[in-house]
Structures are given as C-alpha cells and as structure tokens.
Design a protein around this ligand. Structure first.
Ligand code: SF4
Length: 228
C-alpha cells in the first residue's frame, strides 16, 4: 500500500536577506510554516493564510528559485509543529545538497530529535517570560539545547524594557554548564530602541558572559532594511 504523503501548511516562500542572528545579511530562501504554539507580544509574523502542499509540491516551488542563496531557512510560526512534513521536505532538499537552517522557538525537543539529522544550523529562541508575557519554558529550552548542540546552534532572545533581571539570572543558572561555546544573541526590541534599552542589554550581556564566551547585541536588521 502506498502511504499518502503528509501535507504541510505553508504561508509563503520567498528569497530575501536574513535579518537576525549570526547570519544577518546572508541571502536565504525562506519557507514560512503556518501556525505557532505561542503568542508573543512582539511577534511580527502573525499569519492568517496558508496553502497546503505535499513535500514534492513544495520541493518543486523551491527548485524554481535560482540557487544564489546561502541556505534555506525553515521558519514560522513554528516549523516543528509540522514535524512529519518538515522531515520530508528536509530530506528532499538535503538530496539537492542545500544547506538547511531551522528558526524555532526552542520548545519542541522531542520533535527536534526526529529531524536533526537533516538540519545544518539551528537558530533557537530563548523565550524570556517578562519579554514576551508568556509562560516559562526553562526546562523545555534546556532539553532542546541538549539536542540542538549536536549541530551548529546559536541562541537569541528579545530584550524589552519590561524584561526582568531575574529572567537573565535564571538563564545563567540554567545554562551554566551547557552553553560555554554557544553564541548568545541579545536582540533589543525594535519598538523600544533607546539608550535605556541598550544599557539594559549591556548589563544583560555582562551577566551572560558567565555562561558563554560569545554574547552579542544585534538588533533585528530586517526592520531597517524593510524586508520580511
Ligand atoms: S514564537 Fe515566534 S512566531 Fe511564535 S508567536 Fe512568538 S515571535 Fe511569533
């Protein structure tokens, strides 16, 4: 019996410039997955529409783009919410020799285990409760990082005026033995840019140097470039 192919909900596919993290400025092909398990207050990708594709249909769309990009960014929403579909499309693009990059909110560690063999780079969010006004995901993030560290991974977190120092102290205590060589990016909230916020980010950087030897403050550049 032929197994019916899983379908995925995809909001858009486009080529643009990466605006966050270590690969800021790199040209990437973005595949934006529909749906997210969180509802962060600063979210700039609230999605309302999608198309349903089989992995082969999405692969055909990807193949239609000129390969003048660094990697394919599987982004969202949260791609790991559609893990079975993600696994199939990752396998197809890896056969083409394309580098794969996963943007994730860093919560679905069991799902990550199932797809990590096909991912080259992981951009993992660390959700600070007082930045995004949501629940705490400390243990999920820790478990996620323990899986993700098998590949190239970096952590990013949004710093807002509302962010409490206790959140940063909690991160420091949680990751003290596991994040030494993992880059940590602090992203000041674009809507609150000010000297006060930069000072807060620098204080946070000082604290995080206790757990990582590579802590950077990098704004979300795509908001300046006016790209997606
Ligand atoms: S995890 Fe990302 S996509 Fe989901 S609500 Fe938060 S910012 Fe938006």
């Amino acid at each position: 019996m032929i197994r019916p192919s899983v379908t995925g909900k995809i909001s858009e596919v486009f080529c643009s410039v990466q605006g966050e993290g270590l690969y800021t400025g790199s040209r990437q092909l973005f595949v934006r997955f529909y749906g997210c398990n969180l509802d962060c207050v600063f979210c700039d990708t609230k999605l309302s529409t999608y198309e349903r594709y089989t992995p082969n249909e999405l692969h055909d769309i990807i193949s239609g783009f000129t390969k003048n990009y660094h990697s394919i960014s599987f982004t969202g929403g949260e791609p790991l919410m559609q893990k079975d579909f993600l696994k199939e499309i990752l396998q197809l693009v890896k056969k083409d020799g394309i580098k794969t990059y996963l943007e994730t909110n860093g919560i679905f560690h069991e799902e990550l285990k199932d797809v990590i063999d096909y991912i080259d780079i992981i951009a993992m969010d660390f959700k600070l409760p007082t930045s995004g006004k949501h629940d705490k995901y400390w243990q999920e993030h820790k478990k996620f990082l323990n899986v993700a560290r098998k590949k190239e991974v970096f952590i990013k977190c949004i710093m807002c005026l509302s962010t409490h120092n206790e959140d940063i102290e909690e991160v420091t205590s949680l990751l003290k033995d596991s994040a030494r060589n993992i880059p940590f990016i602090i992203q000041p909230n674009t809507f609150e840019l000010s000297k006060r916020l930069l000072d807060k980010a620098k204080a946070c950087q000082d604290t995080l140097f206790d757990i990582s030897n590579d802590v950077r403050i990098i704004p979300q550049v795509h908001k300046y470039l006016l790209v997606h």
